[in-house]
Ligand binder design. Structure first.
Ligand code: PGA
Length: 260
């Protein structure tokens, strides 16, 4: 795992933006795995700016989102379809035919999930997966206890996650109990994973994921087994890392050719 601690979420997001930009320059038809929530907003602003000002081209890019609430259609303001359109897709030139987000209104959920896995494979697999982390250590909506080999499927949210996400709804009661999420195994198949974590409230789950034992109780901890993970965080979310000084030192020594 490469742990990069930046002073602010803004500079960490700018760094993530450069990773996306470099990938698209090297591979214009890249497959991106995308996340929702508060965490990736600054990254989406960043890539939107790169598209507008520097012509970063998404016309051959394919996207797969991590998850969606079951029961919410794309018009629902708290749905991840709505979120993605609002914060990213309407600002860049990715063709709608190449955008994939789990269908919150799927009638046959297992069949939908199987098809989603197949679509990722048919697209050649995910080149770069953007991830946030839950305060309970989840990635995607893979809550503690999720199989570390799981694939896209239905999951039941913990009440903690429902409370964390209530700010996007009128009340906690409105937050759906069920979601479709890529599995931990699906996420682990991505060739490069960029985990973003910002703010004090993520400090404990970041420390458990990066420096704790690998356990299904902290699904993000499995990222320690992935050959290419970049963890980008701000000072607040890094505040419980025991080896923070070492990560800072490694980053300062990073050879120029490794910089995005
Ligand atoms: P957040 O959620 O970005 O809204 O904090 C992250 C997550 O739950 O993965």
């Amino acid at each position: 795992m490469e742990v990069i601690i930046q002073r602010t979420s803004r500079s960490a997001s700018a760094y993530a933006g450069r990773l996306v930009s470099r990938l698209l320059q090297e591979k214009p038809a890249a497959v991106l795995g995308l996340a929702t929530g508060e965490t990736p907003l600054a990254l989406y602003k960043e890539v939107t700016g790169l598209h507008r000002e520097e012509g970063l081209d998404f016309s051959n890019v394919t996207t797969f989102n991590l998850d969606e609430y079951l029961g919410l259609g794309p018009e629902h303001p708290a749905s991840y379809h709505f979120f993605m359109h609002e914060h990213l897709f309407r600002h860049i030139n990715v063709p709608s035919s190449r955008i994939h987000i789990p269908d919150g209104l799927a009638k046959n959920v297992p069949a939908f999930c199987e098809g989603y896995e197949k679509a990722i494979l048919d697209a050649g697999g995910i080149d770069l997966q953007v991830l946030g982390i839950g305060t309970d250590g989840h990635i995607g909506f893979n809550e503690p206890g999720s199989s570390l080999a799981s694939r896209t499927r239905i999951k039941t949210l913990t009440n903690r996650t429902r409370e964390d996400n209530a700010r996007f709804f009128q009340s906690t009661e409105e937050v759906p109990h069920h979601v479709i999420t890529m599995g931990v195994g699906t996420i682990m198949d991505a060739r490069h994973i960029v985990l973003l974590a910002f703010g004090e409230r993520k400090a404990a789950s970041v420390a458990a994921a990066v420096e704790g034992p690998i356990t299904a109780m902290v699904p993000a901890s499995i990222l320690q087994m992935h050959p290419r993970v970049t963890c980008l965080m701000d000072e607040a979310s890094a505040s419980q890392l025991k080896r923070a000084d070492y990560y800072r030192w490694v980053f300062q020594q990073k050879p120029d050719w490794q910089q995005p």
